[in-house]
Ligand binder design. Structure first.
Ligand code: MSP
Length: 515
C-alpha cells in the first residue's frame, strides 16, 4: 500500500502576460501550506505551471508578432522565474503544450466519449476571450459578461459534455463532502449556482487551431478549460492509473485557486472526473481578490505590479509575510505601499527583529555568547515557555483550517508576550551571569527557537537566518525536533539584524511606484 502524498496545486497561469503580484500570491500561499506539511513529516507533491492554449494566448502571441509556441516558451519561462524569485518549492512545473499533457487530455476525452458523456452539436452563444468562458444571453449585463469582460457571438459546431446529467450527483457530492469547497461562503455560492440548473457545456472549438486536437476529429481543438483542468491529473501520471505516482498522488488534496475561477474547479472539474470514473479532488480553496491602492488590478489602469519590484525594494520574506498576514486567507484585500511598510516595520523590524536582536545581544554581553544555563523557572517563565511550546499545535490547527493569517497572528501574539516579558524582567539591569539573567535570557531564546521553527513555511530564508543565529543544526529544524529545547552552553555566533525598517514613502513617490 502506497502512502498518500499530500498533493497540492496552484492554478496554471495563462501566458498571455507576465506574472504579477496576484499570481505570486497564489503561489506563495500554496508554498507556505506545502512547506508546512513537509516540515511536519508528510510526503508532499506541489505542482504549478502554465496554461498555454486557447484564444486569449493565441491573440497575445499574434499581438506580439510571435508564433504561439515561441511566445509560450518565453512567457512560461517568466512564470518559472517568478517561482524562483518567490522561493516556491515545487516538485513539478507543468506546461499544457507538453506531450505528456496532450496524451492525458486525449485519454480523458476518449474515456468520456466511451462513457457516452460527449456529443456533437451546434453552439450559438456568447464567448468571452478574456474569461475563456461561454455565457448565456440571460447572464449578460449591459451586453457584457458578468465579470465585465467583452463577449463575442460565436456560432459553430462544437462537442458538448453532458454536464446537465451531473447536477444531482454534484449536489450530493457537495453534501457528502462538506470540506470540498472552502471557505464556506464560496461553497454556498457554488451550491446555489448548481441548484439554478446546469446546461450541457461546449468543450471544443472549431474556429480555433491553437489547442489540443480532439481525438478522431481534427477540425476541433479542446475547450481551453477542459485542457487546463486536466493538468492536475497529467501531473499525477494520468492516464497511467496503475502507476505508483498516480496511486500516491490522486485524488489531489488541495487546489488553491482565486475566487474568479471557482465554477471551473468546483462544477466542471468534479463533473468531468466523476463522468470519467475518477475521484474529484479533496478540497478546492478559493482565495480572495487583491486590489492595488483601492483599485482593481487591470491592464487599462496599468497597475499590474510585478513581484520583482516589491522584492527588490523590501526583500523577499517581508513581501511573503505581508501577503499571508495582511489578508485573511479567503478574503479580499488591498496592496498599498503604506500597508506594506506598516506591516514590515511593526511586525518584522520592531516586533520579531527587535526581540531577536536585543535578546541575542544581551546573551552575547551577559552570558559570554553561549546559550545560558537557566536556574529555577518562575511562574512567568513557565507561562512564556508554554505559549511557545503550544505554537506548533496552534499553527497546525490553523493551517488545517487554511487560516494562514491566524497562524501568523498566533505567532505574533507570542512575540508580543515575549517583548512584554523581557521589558518587565529587564535583564540588562541585572549583573552579568547572575542566575536570573541566565534564566530570563534562556526563556526568551528558547521562545525564539519555537518561533523561528514555526515561521519556516512562511519566511524560509529569514527563519533559517534566525535558526543559524541560535546555532540550531539544519537537521533539528523540522517539526519532529520542535520539542527539543536549546542546549545550554552551545556557542552562538554574533547577532545580525535580519529585518530592517523602511521609511514611509512620500505620496508623490508612492504614486510613481504604484503607477
Ligand atoms: N489559466 C487559468 C487557470 C487554469 S487552472 C486549471 C487562470 N489563469 S490566470 O493567470 O488568469 O490566474 C491565475 C490565478 O491568479 C487565479 O487563481 C486568479 O484568481 C489569480 N488572480 C489573478 N488576478 C488576481 C487578483 N487581482 N487578486 C487575486 N488573485 C487573482 O485563471
Amino acid at each position: 500500500m502506497t502512502d498518500k502524498t499530500f498533493y497540492a496545486t496552484t492554478p496554471i497561469y495563462y501566458v498571455n502576460g507576465s506574472p504579477h503580484f496576484a499570481h505570486s500570491y497564489t503561489s506563495v500561499a500554496t508554498d507556505a501550506i506545502t512547506r508546512f506539511h513537509r516540515l511536519d513529516g508528510r510526503a508532499v507533491r506541489f505542482v504549478t505551471g502554465t496554461d498555454e492554449h486557447g484564444q486569449k494566448v493565441e491573440q497575445a502571441a499574434r499581438a506580439a508578432g510571435v508564433q504561439p509556441a515561441a511566445f509560450c516558451d518565453q512567457v512560461s519561462d517568466e512564470f518559472r522565474a517568478m517561482g524562483r524569485l518567490m522561493n516556491i518549492a515545487i516538485d513539478d512545473f507543468i506546461r499544457t503544450t507538453e506531450p505528456r499533457h496532450e496524451r492525458a487530455c486525449r485519454a480523458l476525452w476518449t474515456e468520456l466519449e466511451k462513457r457516452g458523456q460527449i456529443y456533437l452539436g451546434e453552439f450559438a452563444g456568447h464567448y468571452s476571450v478574456r474569461d475563456e468562458a461561454f455565457y448565456d444571453e440571460m447572464e449578460l449585463i449591459d451586453g457584457k459578461a458578468p465579470t465585465g469582460a467583452p463577449v463575442e457571438w460565436i456560432s459553430e459546431p462544437n462537442y458538448f459534455f453532458r454536464l446537465s446529467a451531473w447536477q444531482e450527483r454534484l449536489l450530493e457530492y457537495y453534501d457528502e463532502n462538506p470540506g470540498f469547497i472552502q471557505p464556506v461562503a464560496r461553497r454556498n455560492e457554488v451550491i446555489s449556482f448548481v441548484k439554478g440548473g446546469l446546461r450541457d457545456l461546449s468543450i471544443s472549438r472549431s474556429s480555433l487551431s491553437w489547442g489540443i486536437r480532439v481525438p478522431g476529429d481534427d477540425d476541433h481543438v479542446m475547450y481551453v478549460w477542459l485542457d487546463a483542468l486536466t493538468n492536475y491529473i497529467t501531473a499525477a501520471g494520468y492516464p497511467e492509473t496503475e502507476s505508483e505516482l498516480w496511486k500516491r498522488s490522486w485524488p489531489a488534496d488541495l487546489h488553491v485557486v482565486g475566487k474568479d475561477i471557482l465554477r471551473f474547479h468546483c462544477v466542471y472539474w468534479p463533473a468531468f472526473l466523476l463522468a470519467a470514473g475518477l475521484e474529484p479532488p479533496r478540497t478546492v480553496f478559493a482565495h480572495g481578490w487583491w486590489t492595488v491602492e483601492g483599485q482593481k488590478m487591470s491592464k487599462s489602469l496599468n497597475n499590474f505590479i510585478p513581484p520583482a519590484e516589491l522584492v527588490d525594494r523590501y526583500g523577499l520574506d517581508p513581501v511573503r509575510y505581508f501577503m499571508l498576514r495582511e489578508l485573511a486567507f479567503g478574503n479580499d484585500g488591498d496592496l498599498s505601499s503604506a500597508a506594506l511598510v506598516n506591516r514590515i516595520n511593526a511586525d518584522l523590524a520592531n516586533g520579531l527583529g527587535n526581540l531577536f536582536h536585543r535578546t541575542l545581544t544581551l546573551v552575547a554581553r551577559k552570558c559570554g555568547s553561549c546559550v545560558p544555563e537557566p536556574g529555577q523557572f518562575a511562574e512567568e517563565d513557565m507561562l512564556l515557555l508554554r505559549g511557545a511550546a503550544d505554537l506548533l499545535a496552534n499553527v497546525r490547527a490553523n493551517l488545517e483550517a487554511f487560516a494562514l493569517h491566524r497562524a501568523l497572528e498566533a505567532v505574533w501574539k507570542v512575540i508580543a508576550e515575549a517583548n512584554r516579558y523581557i521589558d518587565e524582567a529587564a535583564p540588562w539591569a541585572l549583573p552579568d551571569n547572575d542566575e536570573r539573567v541566565r534564566t530570563v535570557l534562556y526563556v526568551v531564546a528558547e521562545t525564539l527557537r519555537g518561533i523561528a521553527v514555526v515561521i519556516q513555511p512562511f519566511m524560509p530564508d529569514s527563519a533559517a537566518a534566525l535558526l543559524d543565529q541560535l546555532s540550531i543544526a539544519p537537521e533539528a529544524r523540522d517539526f519532529r525536533s520542535f520539542a527539543q529545547p536549546l542546549t545550554p552552553g552551545t556557542n552562538l555566533p554574533s547577532p545580525q539584524i535580519v529585518f530592517r525598517r523602511f521609511e514611509q514613502m512620500a505620496p508623490r513617490e508612492r504614486r510613481a511606484m504604484d503607477a
